[in-house]
Each structure stands twice: as structure tokens, then as C-alpha cells.
Design a protein around this ligand. Structure first.
Ligand SMILES: C[S@@+](CC[C@H](N)C(=O)[O-])C[C@H]1O[C@@H](n2cnc3c(N)ncnc32)[C@H](O)[C@@H]1O
Length: 250
């Protein structure tokens, strides 16, 4: 799989917020290519045994609603984060029936998850890393590492590079549009999630590329490494990773 491009124009946090505030419900139209990858992530994420799920970039709340209605146990909690006010409002509306089991936070777009260490057992992010600058992907992964319990799972989907003629063609066209004006494709560009997960901090349990309507998506499930016996609430053992292309974007 080709590596994540080193330099590409990336939406600033303000541009991303403005875009997704305007885009709102239309995000759900992306389901035509996201659906298969997300179905696979749900199969692999063992959500029936999850107790505390965090989602970074919850969008309109479709995924959260699906989890709460049909995947999670009746006492499991969900904490969603998003930088868009519109998205947080749409998610809040969808999740009203689940009351205090749900918490939603509108962020300032910085890669910060203000939760205690080891406080969740699933950290999910669907089609969000592909619009972040490389350094924010790395920092979000550091946050995921911190908040996940040692036996927790990192569950990600993302736009990625093509694997067959059609998907390679789609991505070539996608990148051409992205270079012209990133907002025309929601700021998203193909990335290889595995480029960001250093083996000292993450054990990749599953990674695959699925193509739907010519659009390739990566589905990845990983477990944090290096928490060891350290349950003290600090994450001093975190090993920063060197990421290909890091520091050149955004
Ligand atoms: C392409 S949408 C994906 C939404 C949802 N996860 C889905 O699969 O439909 C990207 C989402 O990430 C949010 N987002 C973008 N940049 C963000 C950031 N820096 N921090 C938190 N959320 C962000 C957007 O507001 C939007 O809701």
C-alpha cells in the first residue's frame, strides 16, 4: 500500500468546522461507500462486550445510534466528540432516548480527549483521520492510547489508497479534486492508517481495504501496547512514534 502523501493542502480547524456546520445531515449521504466498511468494523469491534465507547468525530450520530440501539449492552456508555456545533446538535437529537448513558462534547478541534486514563474500552473514529493534519492524527492516537484500557480496542475507518484499477482511478480523481480545493471532498484525502500506528504502542489485530462503488476504505482494529502493569493513571510509558510525513502538513 502506498504511503500517506507527505504534503497536501489540509483544511484548518476553522475551515473544517465551517464546512461540517454547513454540511450537517448531508454527511449521511456518504453512507453509500462508508456502509460496508462500518459494518465490518462493527463485526470486528466486539461491541457487545464494550462498557464505555468514545467516538472522535461523531458526525450526525448515525453510528452512535446504531451502537446504542443494537450493538451495546444496556448499561454501556457512549461519549462523542466533534468540533462542529451542527453535528453535536444532530447527534444529541438522535441520542435523546439514551439519557445519561450518553455524553457529547463540542471541541475546539484540538486533538484532546479530556477523559481520565484507562476510562474506555473502545475508541472509534470513522472517516475523520483522513481530514486531519498528520501531526493531529498522531496526537489523537496518543489520546486514544491514554484513554483506552489495556484490553480495549481502537476501531478506525478511513478513506485509503486504491487496490484495484477502479479504486486507483477513483483515488487519482479524488486527489486531483482535493489538490484543487480540499473542501470539495470534505477535506478528506486517502491515508494508510497503519502508517501512524507504531508497533511499540499498538498491536494491529485487523487491517483491510474494502472497496464500495469504487471508493476504497481501510478498516483497522488495534490494541494498545505498553500499558503493562501500569494502572496508576499516568501514561508516562507512551512511546512517541515517528510517522511518515509527520510535521509536513497543516
Ligand atoms: C467526514 S465526517 C465523518 C462523520 C462520521 N464519523 C461518519 O462516519 O459519518 C468528519 C467529522 O469529523 C468532524 N471533525 C473534523 N475535524 C475534527 C476535529 N479536529 N476534531 C473533532 N472532530 C472533527 C467533523 O465535524 C465531522 O463531523
Amino acid at each position: 500500500m502506498p504511503s500517506t502523501p507527505v504534503t497536501r493542502p489540509i483544511l484548518t480547524r476553522q475551515q473544517a468546522r465551517d464546512f461540517y456546520d454547513r454540511f450537517g445531515r448531508r454527511q449521511d449521504r456518504q453512507a453509500f461507500y462508508e456502509r460496508r466498511a462500518i459494518d465490518r468494523l462493527i463485526e470486528l469491534g466486539e461491541f457487545d462486550s464494550a462498557e464505555a465507547v468514545v467516538e472522535f468525530g461523531c458526525g450526525t450520530g448515525v453510528f452512535a445510534q446504531r451502537l446504542m440501539e443494537s450493538e451495546l449492552g444496556s448499561t454501556a456508555t457512549y461519549a462523542g466528540f466533534d468540533l462542529s456545533e451542527t453535528m453535536i446538535r444532530l447527534t444529541r437529537r438522535r441520542l435523546v432516548p439514551f439519557g445519561a448513558r450518553v455524553s457529547l462534547t463540542q471541541t475546539d478541534g484540538r486533538p484532546r480527549i479530556p477523559l481520565p486514563p484507562h476510562s474506555c474500552d473502545r475508541f472509534v473514529s470513522n472517516y475523520v483521520f483522513d481530514l486531519l493534519p498528520n501531526r493531529d492524527i498522531t496526537r489523537t492516537l496518543e489520546q486514544a492510547w491514554k484513554v483506552l484500557r489495556p484490553d480495549g480496542l481502537l476501531c478506525l475507518t478511513s478513506l485509503t489508497f486504491g487496490t484495484n484499477a477502479l479504486s486507483k482511478l477513483t483515488i487519482a480523481a479524488w486527489l486531483a479534486v482535493h489538490s484543487l480545493k480540499p473542501s470539495l471532498v470534505g477535506g478528506c484525502r486517502p491515508i494508510a492508517l497503519t502508517d501512524y500506528l507504531g508497533p511499540a504502542s499498538w498491536k494491529v489485530l485487523y487491517s483491510t481495504t474494502m472497496v464500495a462503488y469504487g471508493v476504497p476504505s481501510q478498516v483497522l482494529v488495534a490494541q494498545p501496547r505498553g500499558h503493562g502493569q501500569d494502572q496508576s493513571g499516568t501514561h508516562e510509558r507512551f512511546v512517541p512514534e515517528t510517522v511518515k510525513g509527520s510535521g509536513n502538513e497543516g
